[in-house]
Design a protein around this ligand. Structure first.
Ligand SMILES: O=P(O)(O)O[C@@H]1C[C@H](O)[C@@H](CO)O1
Length: 302
């Protein structure tokens, strides 16, 4: 076979199989003396969340069989195992984005590895632009739903042959974000003095890497989007496909500019700075949520 046909065949061949992901998980399980129950994904500039873990065991992505590598500033590129609130967790200090050149199934691959490691609950964080005008920079938006813009164009991490060992061909997505956990996170936020700064809203992921035009943002606003980013949706779809319970939140790192007379420009430095500025409060927030999952949810799963 020559030309495009053989290129496509090679690409298809490179897809992860259940077996190759099991190999990745086994590599890690051979080196970590416990199974993590909760997975955490750090958003841009929010890598410090992983620093809250005690007894950390660190695996740079380039050392893990079959793992992609992180190429974005603010994403260290390592898996950190450790204990948070006494619970064994695994933390992605650096995630993969579509704009890095990875297909969505590759961006979401670590979620399946987490599943094979024993993770039942995923906490996914991201940095996002605030489109809802009541939000302010530094606020937290608990994701109550998403709009899969890339999915509208037929781009989905579950595209391709389905392996039933992960989940069903046609997974539902109307209950993607766990209501019980989201409510608890809201309560924790109030207790942690984040009360007035925490919202529930709709997130969308665009392909990036450019930030959005005014017209694009106006359109997204009309669709009911509250925060705009470049990640998370494909991870959540993959997590729900394999039956994980999901909580996701966005740190609002900048306000989306929807005024043609405004000449401010979004930039990645600001995104990372706000992540750093809020790192202590987010560490406490995530630790409390992990504690709640351990006390209220994991015991029921056992
Ligand atoms: O990984 P996340 O979604 O937190 O990162 C956002 C989206 C882009 O990667 C970057 C833009 O500054 O931040």
């Amino acid at each position: 076979m020559t030309g495009r046909g053989s290129v496509n065949k090679k690409r298809r061949k490179k897809r992860y199989t259940y077996e190759s992901l099991t190999e990745t998980a086994q590599y890690l399980l051979d080196r970590v003396p416990y199974q993590p129950r909760i997975g955490i994904i750090c958003g841009s500039g929010m890598g410090a969340l992983a620093e809250a873990l005690s007894e950390p065991l660190i695996f740079p992505y380039e050392k893990i069989p079959n793992f992609p590598v992180s190429t974005v500033e603010g994403h260290v590129g390592q898996l950190v195992f450790g204990y948070l609130s006494g619970v064994p967790v695994v933390c992605m200090q650096g995630r993969f984005h579509y704009y890095e050149g990875y297909p969505l199934w590759k961006c979401a691959m670590p979620v399946r590895v987490m599943k094979l490691l024993g993770v039942t609950h995923l906490i996914a964080s991201n940095a996002a632009g605030g489109l809802n005008k009541t939000y302010k920079v530094g606020d937290v938006m608990l994701v109550k739903d998403h709009i899969n813009m890339m999915g509208f164009a037929g781009n989905n991490p579950l595209q391709g042959p389905n392996d039933d060992r992960f989940g069903p061909r046609f997974p539902p997505m109307n209950t993607a974000y766990d209501k019980f956990l989201t409510q608890k996170a809201k309560q924790v936020a109030v207790e942690e003095d984040l009360g007035g700064m925490v919202h529930e809203g709709v997130y969308t992921c665009l392909g990036g890497p450019n930030f959005e035009t005014v017209a694009e943002l106006k359109m997204l606003g009309m669709l009911g989007v509250d925060a705009v980013g470049m990640s998370t949706v494909h991870e959540v779809i993959t997590a729900r496909h394999c039956g994980m319970t999901v909580l996701a939140f966005s740190l609002i790192t900048n306000m989306c500019i929807t005024d043609y007379n405004c000449y401010d420009e979004a930039n990645h430095e600001e995104v990372m700075d706000v992540g750093k500025m809020r790192q202590d409060v987010l560490k406490r927030f995530v630790a409390r949520i992990v504690d709640f999952i351990a006390k209220e949810m994991l015991t029921k799963d056992d």
